[in-house]
Design a protein around this ligand. Structure first.
Ligand SMILES: NC(=O)c1ccc[n+]([C@@H]2O[C@H](COP(=O)([O-])OP(=O)(O)OC[C@H]3O[C@@H](n4cnc5c(N)ncnc54)[C@H](O)[C@@H]3O)[C@@H](O)[C@H]2O)c1
Length: 289
């Protein structure tokens, strides 16, 4: 771990130690805290941190010039087989690494926060990134217990923040118009949408909420959702072809002939979460510290 701010560098092991202790207490560590801490070095020189690295995960400040300079150094100080990945939430690999000599081994590997609890990571290569670098990153992330998602275009916000943004934009509209309060929006998501999304995504939700799956769901509600979009200046109808494409993709995980089994599996997973949440102290409640 290389951090240019001396104070941050000095406090990093203690901060990591607290998180590791919480993970251990919640049954989420397979090794002892001290053993894991012993694997993390915090050298004062970036060259020492990069020495022998097989993967560099850049997560410095979200500023293009800072990222570019770190990529340049990483390119110079690592071997030709090292993958150099940026965590950036708003910049693309093309913006950061187009001028780098070893640009074929550069890509974006965008985590979600906090990355030690949310396993998803978006892998977004540039057109100059090699297939080998993408495959290496996928296997490394999967070996580390992460869920790598291939993002096929260098669009602003990638997919994760676009989804998050869609919900947040509507939430702001509802608060602005006095329809619901901000804290009630959070309760709606925490105790409704989000609780369900912890076990299945929005497509699987539509698939399993309606007998007949996505196609039946779109036939029943597509026009209403279209009108809500138009109200917000959006015109992206769920055409027959689009719904069929999504249904075909979702049926790889949820074949229609197993619909009843999958509905039950969803319910049982929600029961596990409901039970676990009963034991959790949530932010905003009295017993949270
Ligand atoms: N915070 C999130 O929720 C989140 C989620 C996904 C991705 N990201 C991405 O991760 C990156 C970091 O985000 P953050 O919220 O931790 O930012 P931050 O600004 O809080 O922290 C950045 C750290 O980088 C250090 N730094 C700056 N220049 C450096 C250099 N040249 N060498 C070494 N260290 C340097 C800073 O001292 C600072 O401690 C950003 O690209 C961000 O888009 C953040």
């Amino acid at each position: 771990l290389f951090e240019s701010d001396v104070r941050q560098r000095e406090v990093a092991p203690a901060r990591i130690s607290v998180i590791l202790g919480d993970l251990l207490e919640n049954g989420l560590l397979s090794d002892a805290v001290e053993l894991i801490l012993g694997r993390i070095r915090t050298p004062a020189e970036i060259s020492e941190a990069l020495d022998g690295a097989v993967h560099v995960q850049e997560c410095v400040s979200e500023a293009l010039d800072v990222k570019k300079s770190v990529f340049k150094i990483a390119d110079q100080l690592t071997s030709a087989s090292t993958v150099i990945a940026s965590s950036s939430s708003s910049l693309t690999c093309s913006m950061i690494a187009a001028d780098i000599r070893g640009r074929q081994r550069c890509l974006l590997a965008h985590p979600a926060n906090p990355p030690y609890l949310l396993p998803v990571v978006e892998v977004a290569p540039a057109s100059f990134t090699s297939d080998h670098a993408v495959a290496r990153t996928f296997s490394l992330m999967a070996d580390a217990g992460m869920t790598p998602i291939h993002v096929h275009a260098e669009i602003e916000g990638l997919a994760y923040n676009r989804l998050q943004g869609a919900l947040l934009r509507e939430a702001y509209c509802l608060v602005r118009d006095g329809v619901v309060t901000a804290d009630d929006i959070d309760r709606l998501v925490r105790d409704g949408l989000g609780r369900r999304w912890a076990v299945i995504g929005p497509f699987a939700t539509a698939e399993l909420n309606t007998r007949g799956g996505l196609v039946a769901h779109a036939a029943r509600l597509g026009e209403a959702y279209g009108r809500m979009g138009t109200e917000r200046g959006q015109n992206d109808p769920w055409t027959k072809d689009l719904v069929e494409k999504a249904a075909e993709q979702i049926h790889r995980q949820l074949p229609p002939e197993r619909w009843d089994d999958n509905v039950r599996a969803r319910d049982r997973a929600l029961m596990v979460i409901g039970e676990a949440l009963g034991r959790a102290s949530l932010p905003g409640t009295d017993d949270f510290n």
